[in-house]
Design a protein around this ligand. Structure first.
Ligand code: MG
Length: 426
């Protein structure tokens, strides 16, 4: 059995006198409704929708039953508006999440009409599950408006689909496979018009009791202005009956082709038509649309993340060692071993575990040389290449010969040396 834990909070906000939002906490069904209409009709609309949804879903607690319950709620709100002139034109958004049977398994059915939203926090990433049925969001979807422009658009409150506008309504359905540690957020626009998605995500990520989290989100919306009613429902998946582990094991064997996509592939953004004999859209894997990561089991993503991190770490470590080695072994110096003048490969004194090795014994001894040159060699005279080091030795030999009044050089031809680890004499 999948186990859920939920909490909720609602508030009229800082400007409105009445709270026309309503919410439902009736595990396994949760919902948020944001009513609209004059003379308190908005509150009647949202309350009617929530109550009709609760009763109708109770008769058929399934994915299809949720869609039908929302359609029934729509008819009820529309009828009330028709019967009473004071309530004509009233309407309400309705967004719902319900844990329903799915063969031998369970799925989280997320349904939406209007511009309230459902978000999913999975592995720390927040994604919006539902599409807003608002004028600006439809312009954004058509590419006629940017997301930034939508935020400040004067008509951002104009909704294009709500309950109560007619006898029938189209319901969007998004089946989501619930995994342990998923956190689902249902909210009216009074939250996300005041608080950014980043801030919402930060509060959700901190974990904690769902009711305390819901209250904190409402408080943040009020602090940010609270210009509208604010309603928040937080639902945590606290146990998924081993689904995460099974999915992880199945994925490591082969890609799951029968998984339920987060977003349906039905036309018109996943809308489900009333009276559709098979209202649940099941996407072919190739057609599975956006946000594929949200549909992946958490274990696979965590494993991929850990492996990725380790690979990057090892690459960086390897790169650092290679750079130190190149630096430590990339130069030559002329130094003294015993009384012999020797060309070493490496840095005088060595670097970390890279010790200098003998590149060439020159045949020159310190006894042949002026004392000032010997002092220089004791510290190691660094040259960028072995040929530069040999030229320096030739120069030393000429100096020594000049000191003895002779003109021959004493540099031995480069012998085929086998490098041996040896530190220069101090
Ligand atoms: Mg609102």
């Amino acid at each position: 059995m999948t186990r859920l834990r939920a909490g909720a909070a609602t508030d009229a906000g800082m400007v409105r006198a009445q709270n026309e939002d309503n919410l439902l906490m009736a595990e396994p069904l949760f919902a948020v409704a944001d009513g609209m209409g004059g003379h308190a009709a908005g509150e009647v609309a949202s309350e009617t929708a929530i109550e009709t949804l609760r009763v109708a879903f109770g008769r058929n607690p399934s994915l299809d039953g949720l869609v039908e319950a929302i359609q029934e709620a729509n008819r009820r709100v529309w009828q009330l508006g028709q019967e009473d002139p004071a309530r004509r034109g009233m309407g309400t958004t309705l967004t719902a999440a319900a844990l329903v049977p799915d063969g031998d398994d369970e799925t989280l059915a997320i349904a939406n009409v209007g511009d309230s939203r459902v978000y999913l926090l999975r592995d720390g990433d927040l994604s919006q599950v539902t599409d807003d049925h608002s004028l600006v969001e439809e312009l954004v979807r058509r590419g006629q408006l940017s997301a930034e422009e939508a935020l400040v658009h004067p008509q951002k409150h104009v909704v294009t689909r709500v309950l109560g506008m007619g006898p029938d309504v189209e319901v969007d359905m998004f089946p989501v496979t619930p995994y342990r540690r998923d956190r689902v957020l249902l909210a009216s626009d009074g939250l996300f018009n005041e608080v950014t998605d980043d801030e919402i995500a930060a509060v959700l990520r901190r974990g904690g009791d769902p009711e305390a989290v819901a209250r904190e989100l409402v408080e943040r919306a009020k602090t940010a202005g609270g210009s509208d009613n604010i309603t928040v429902v937080v639902v945590d998946v606290v146990d998924d009956d081993g689904r995460s582990e099974q999915a992880s094991a199945a994925l490591s064997a082969e890609p799951r082709t029968s998984s339920v996509p987060l977003r349906p592939s039905a036309p018109e953004g996943g809308a489900v038509e009333r009276d559709d004999p098979s209202p649940r859209p099941v996407a072919a894997p190739a057609a599975a649309p956006a946000r594929p990561t949200s549909a992946e089991p958490s274990h696979r993503r965590i494993t991929a993340r850990v492996v990725g991190f380790l690979l990057v770490f090892l690459l960086l470590l390897g790169g650092a060692v290679a750079a130190i080695a190149a630096y430590a072994r990339g130069s030559y110096f002329v130094g003294v071993q015993g009384q012999q003048v020797v060309i070493f490969k490496g840095h005088p004194g060595g670097l970390l575990w890279f010790h200098p090795t003998v590149e060439q014994r020159t045949g020159l001894t310190t006894a042949d040389m002026p004392e000032s040159s010997v002092m220089d060699l004791n510290d190691g005279h660094v040259e960028p290449s072995v040929s530069a080091a040999r030229r320096f030795v030739d120069h030393l030999a000429e100096e020594a010969a000049a000191a003895r009044g002779a003109t021959t050089t004493t540099t031995a031809p480069p012998p085929a040396t086998t490098p041996t680890t040896a530190a220069p004499a101090p």
